[in-house]
Design a protein around this ligand. Structure first.
Ligand code: NAP
Length: 457
């Protein structure tokens, strides 16, 4: 039976790796998800076959409750709320790891060799801070807590001192594995540290924080694997831990920010001065018919989707407009910024759902040289990712973030509902430029009307 369980764990580990591989490209992402889900099912079956299980009642009850909640969340949580849903899942996963650590401490406490005690303490420490950190991230993203960074004087020093005491408790448990007071002090401080780590970070940086917390939750699971001698937890936890960490680094790179700046920079507490530094003047509006004419008679049109496309669920109608234009001989491209929307790959997933051909999707470095020869760039609910201040204004809080240079196109038509700012809370000078025209309204509705207007030409 032991060998069979280990074989099942090995198989699920292979499926997890195949899943990650699949998810690295939009074309194979669905298949990757299927591999990962299948791997998880096999890991659960293997775990249920463990001979240490003497009673299945509580397990079945937990399985039923978890499955019902998971199914409900999968079916009813909208795509736009996916970041906060993910934050909640991280909190649950990390809480599970921390609780396993606490129960193992009570079951075996004091009789553990230093390495296992270290793994167990590490699991409780990371699990606890990830639980509260993820709950705060959930609260900020859901709008239950204020999205702005909450800061106070001497915050970083206070946090570092708290972390040092927590690590002190962790180290002391190697020497005194019976020390219940040190164990619970470490747990309480880690819970507090999770809160303190996330409150000074603004909502705009929450996706990076979440992917970092995801990485912590993964490492906590790997530590659980070492403490319990469970191979599948070690494999899955390590994969989760490192892929989350790599993703955090990639997101920071795409925003031209350092991890230290994201974690300790209190980004989002933007002053009015900084936000309006180089913006000013009048915004020019364009009528629907005029916009349709510009598009219909263009040689090349580039669509730039952003968070507003996701909220409006306008991906299908963008494709409809693109098809209509292509039938008229217009070349259509889509420019994808790595942090457009609210999570990595957000735009790719939505456009793939609308069956936009992958060959028409262009990354930032590929499309930027194309803008000067583009007749119309259509910005659909994007804001920060096309903010020229990031390039031109060294004083801007987003200075240095790579942008899609739509201001180099012959005309930029911006589709948005009103004068709402992007997630960073900054004013966008693009909207005041001479070659920019604003087309106000909900993205889906406006695009639908544009399709009709182009068809009439
Ligand atoms: P954005 O800067 O948040 O701007 C979205 C714009 O869409 C808003 O200005 C809003 O203006 C408009 N909008 C909202 N609903 C709309 C609707 N129904 N129809 C039409 N327009 C609508 O979005 P973004 O340009 O995609 O930038 C993403 C931001 O998230 C960046 O700051 C990025 O750094 C941050 N971020 C993303 C990730 C990631 O992984 N993707 C990670 C970390 C941070 P109105 O209210 O006027 O309509």
């Amino acid at each position: 039976m032991r060998t069979l369980i280990e074989l099942l764990y090995l198989l699920s580990g292979i499926l997890f790796i195949m899943g990650l591989r699949g998810m690295s490209h939009p074309e194979t992402a669905r298949q990757g998800m299927f591999y990962a889900e299948f791997g998880m099912l096999i890991a659960i079956i293997g775990t249920l076959m463990q001979h240490e299980i003497v009673q299945y009642d509580w397990i079945v009850a937990g399985l039923a409750i978890g499955s019902i909640l998971g199914l409900a969340m999968g079916l009813w949580v909208p795509m736009t709320a996916m970041p906060q849903r993910t934050a909640l899942s991280h909190a649950f996963g990390a809480a599970a790891a921390a609780l396993v650590g606490v129960s193992e401490f009570h079951r075996l406490g004091g009789h553990l060799e230093p390495f296992k005690m270290g793994a167990l303490s590490f699991e409780v420490l990371l699990g606890s801070l990830t639980t509260t950190g993820s709950l705060i991230a959930f609260g900020k993203l859901q709008g239950i807590l204020p999205g702005q960074p909450l800061t106070f004087k001497g915050q970083n020093i206070f946090n570092m001192t708290l972390l040092a005491v927590t690590v002190g408790c962790f180290v002391s448990l190697f020497i005194f594995p019976h020390a219940m007071a040190a164990f619970y002090l470490m747990l309480a401080l880690a819970l507090a540290f999770g809160v303190l780590l996330v409150i000074p970070i603004g909502s705009a940086d929450m996706p990076v924080v979440m992917s970092l917390l995801n990485s912590y939750a993964g490492l906590a699971s790997a530590a659980t694997g070492f403490a319990l001698g469970n191979n599948v937890l070690i494999i899955a936890g390590t994969l989760d831990g490192f892929s989350g960490f790599i993703l955090s680094i990639l997101m920071c790179k795409a925003m031209n920010r350092s991890m230290t700046n994201v974690l300790f920079g209190a980004f989002g507490s933007v002053t009015a001065d900084a936000s309006t530094a180089s913006a000013g003047g009048e915004m020019r509006e364009i009528g629907l018919e005029d916009a349709a004419t510009q598009l219909a008679y263009a040689r090349q049109v580039v669509f730039v989707p952003g968070y507003g496309m996701a909220t409006a669920q306008a991906q299908h109608v963008i494709r409809e407009l693109a098809d209509t234009l292509e039938e008229r001989g217009v070349t259509v491209k889509y420019a994808i910024h790595p942090v457009a929307g609210r999570m990595p790959g957000h735009m790719n997933v939505l456009l793939a759902e609308a069956n936009v051909p992958y060959s028409e999707l262009y990354e930032l470095e590929q499309i930027n040289p194309d803008f000067p020869s583009t007749d119309v760039a259509v910005i659909v609910g994007a804001n920060d990712v096309v903010n020229p201040d990031a390039r031109d204004n060294p004083g801007s809080p987003i200075a240095g973030m790579p942008i899609l240079e739509v201001d180099h196109a012959k005309l930029a038509i911006v589709l948005k509902r009103g004068k709402g700012r992007g997630f960073s809370g900054l004013e966008n000078p693009l909207f005041f430029k001479e070659k920019t025209a604003m087309l106000y309204g909900d993205a889906k509705e406006t695009l639908t009307n544009l399709v009709q207007a182009v068809l009439k030409l």
